[in-house]
Design a protein around this ligand. Structure first.
Ligand code: NDP
Length: 264
């Protein structure tokens, strides 16, 4: 069988735009392949399902990125640090795992210009991935979270951290919202007074939430700060994943050109 099959595993997964992005790229590049979605309930079954469906490679979304990490035979790159995998390639029965969310985000952030310091709002899975890639690129990171609990992970690894209560203003090049505030309800990711101070001391802002003008992005706009949502991160993680699927044989710009059609 020459036709290659790909999928995104997640739960829920029906909203995912990944099939559209990857199918545009497959078609545009003239590859005999098809990318579908699979709702996986039990993360422990990930490897079994992947192999029994005879897939060449998969992407993994919430809530299975940690299970995907555990299912791999080999972990490459920054995923070793993050301990979460969103891309797995089947190399002759061996599962090779990568994290492309982090480099995808970095590419999106660096398109603003030079970044030397970042404030990350939130301390969940996305914050872990971004902190790791920033550190790897010698960018100073401060994690700000509403509560103490999740900050321990970052403290243990030597990151600068603060809760809302402990916040004192500092300058940075970029403020990133990795909380889910703004996703369901119109809420800022931190008290308004604190957001005002953060935006008065930064050059750029990114919200990882995509396809939505969140209160975070609205406030950045009011303050005339160049800002963007998470669509580019989503696009670039897909471009980098696609290149892992095909052993880097395509130009990133060419893949991006086709995948962008999914956003128009
Ligand atoms: P997690 O559930 O792992 O972490 C959530 C974090 O947000 C916690 O630190 C939590 O604080 C904080 N938080 C939640 N609600 C609020 C609130 N109302 N106000 C302030 N802080 C809050 O989430 P993930 O890291 O997995 O995902 C976060 C976001 O990233 C989601 O919106 C997701 O859609 C988006 N995302 C986008 C991607 C893209 O490609 N663009 C890729 C991956 C994720 P506390 O510890 O106090 O509870």
């Amino acid at each position: 069988m020459n036709r290659k099959l790909f999928a995104i595993f997640g739960n829920p997964v029906s909203h995912s735009i990944s099939p559209l992005m990857h199918n545009y790229a497959l078609r545009g590049l003239g590859i005999d392949g098809c990318y579908t979605r699979y709702r996986l309930e039990n993360g422990e079954k990930l490897k079994e399902k992947f192999l029994s469906l005879q897939l060449s490679a998969i992407n993994i979304t919430v809530p299975h990125k940690e299970s995907a990490y555990a299912a791999c035979d080999v972990i490459r790159g920054i995923a070793n640090e993050i301990k979460a995998v969103n891309t797995i390639v089947n190399a002759n029965g061996k599962l090779i795992g990568y994290n492309t969310d982090a480099p995808g985000f970095l590419k999106s952030a660096l398109s603003f210009g030079k970044i030397s310091s970042v404030a990350i709002l939130g301390a969940g899975g996305t914050a872990k991935a971004l902190a790791a890639i920033f550190r790897e690129n010698n960018i100073a990171v401060t994690i700000i979270n509403r509560s103490e609990g999740r900050l321990h992970f970052f403290k243990e690894r030597g990151y600068s951290t603060m809760t809302w209560d402990a916040y004192t203003p500092f300058s940075c090049d970029l403020v990133v919202n990795t909380t889910s505030a703004g996703l369901e309800e119109a809420a800022l990711p931190a008290p308004e007074e604190m957001m005002e101070k953060l935006f008065s001391n930064t050059k750029y802002a990114i919200d990882v939430i995509y396809n939505k003008e969140t209160p975070f992005l609205q406030l950045a706009k009011e303050k005339n700060i160049p800002a963007k949502d998470g669509s580019e991160m989503l696009l670039y993680q897909g471009v980098i994943a696609f290149n892992h699927f095909f052993d880097n044989q395509y130009e990133e710009d060419e893949i991006e050109k086709w995948m962008r059609k999914a956003f128009s």
